[in-house]
Write a protein that binds this ligand. Structure first.
Ligand code: DC
Length: 245
């Protein structure tokens, strides 16, 4: 290490070795795609925490456990579902046993069940450890609802993404159907998102909210490139960010 790169104090040293960037926001604000690209540009790994909640929803539905029984789930029962994260190039895969879960996590059934499931304290506590473990080595961009408030409260950078409801509805529809929605379809999609937002923000435990000190980025009128650049540039302007590749 050259003299110009001397570390000034242990806190800075820690921050430079283990930076964590959190991205929280409502459904359709562009969190996951943005987080993935920010991670790629900075040479970090991306964690999509929603995928863990979706994986558990998928596992419960596949096991035929009806939604009415979910509030009674204990850590012991959840342990029977072998859900884990596997680090792969630039991201984490979510595994159920030996099966890598991908498209099945986005099915309408999983999307409908995941929000009520994620409001359950036993579920949140059970998934917390896996998420924190993913952050142990730092170099992580984690996206979700409570990354900056609960899971990584000491993250070096916290971002809160927002976008207006119509735009979020349009993006979600486009992502799923590969086309833009008609006006009627947009209204239906917006209604669904609004319902999920209300549940995610209104729940008692780890509700969706902006973390103290988070950088708020409204992506309604931003191109994908612009929203990624705002975050990457913000990081690169920090003391430790200047030294990233
Ligand atoms: O980001 P997503 O749509 O894949 O998230 C799916 C659901 O999981 C969403 O309704 C809220 C919940 N979730 C959560 O409560 N906490 C997280 N950190 C991530 C997702």
């Amino acid at each position: 290490m050259g003299p110009g790169m001397q570390l000034r104090d242990p806190v800075e040293k820690k921050a430079r070795r283990h930076p964590i960037i959190t991205l929280d926001g409502p459904a359709g604000s562009g969190k996951s795609t943005t987080a993935r690209e920010v991670a790629r540009r900075l040479g970090f790994r991306h964690l999509d925490s929603g995928a863990l909640y979706r994986a558990l929803t998928f596992a419960l539905l596949s096991a035929g456990i009806p939604e009415g029984e979910w509030p009674g789930l204990s850590a012991e029962i959840l342990d029977r579902f072998s859900i884990r994260l596997r680090p792969v190039e630039g991201r984490f895969q979510v595994l159920l046993g030996d099966r890598v879960l991908e498209e099945e996590l986005r099915s309408p059934e999983v999307t409908a069940g995941v929000s009520p499931l994620s409001a359950l304290p036993a579920v949140r506590a059970w998934l917390l450890e896996a998420q924190r473990r993913a952050g142990e080595e730092g170099g992580l961009v984690a996206d979700g609802r409570d990354m900056g408030t609960v899971v990584f409260p000491h993250a070096e950078v916290k971002v809160f993404l927002i976008a207006d409801l119509r735009e979020r509805a349009r993006r979600r529809f486009l992502e799923r159907e590969n086309r833009n929605p008609s006006p009627e379809e947009l209204v239906v999609e917006a209604g669904r998102i609004q319902e999920r937002d209300a549940r995610d923000s209104g729940r008692q435990l780890a509700p969706l909210k902006k973390a103290d000190g988070a950088l708020e980025v409204d992506t309604s009128d931003l191109s994908f490139e612009a929203q990624v650049s705002i975050i990457v540039n913000f990081v690169r302007n920090l003391d430790w960010g200047r030294h990233l590749p």
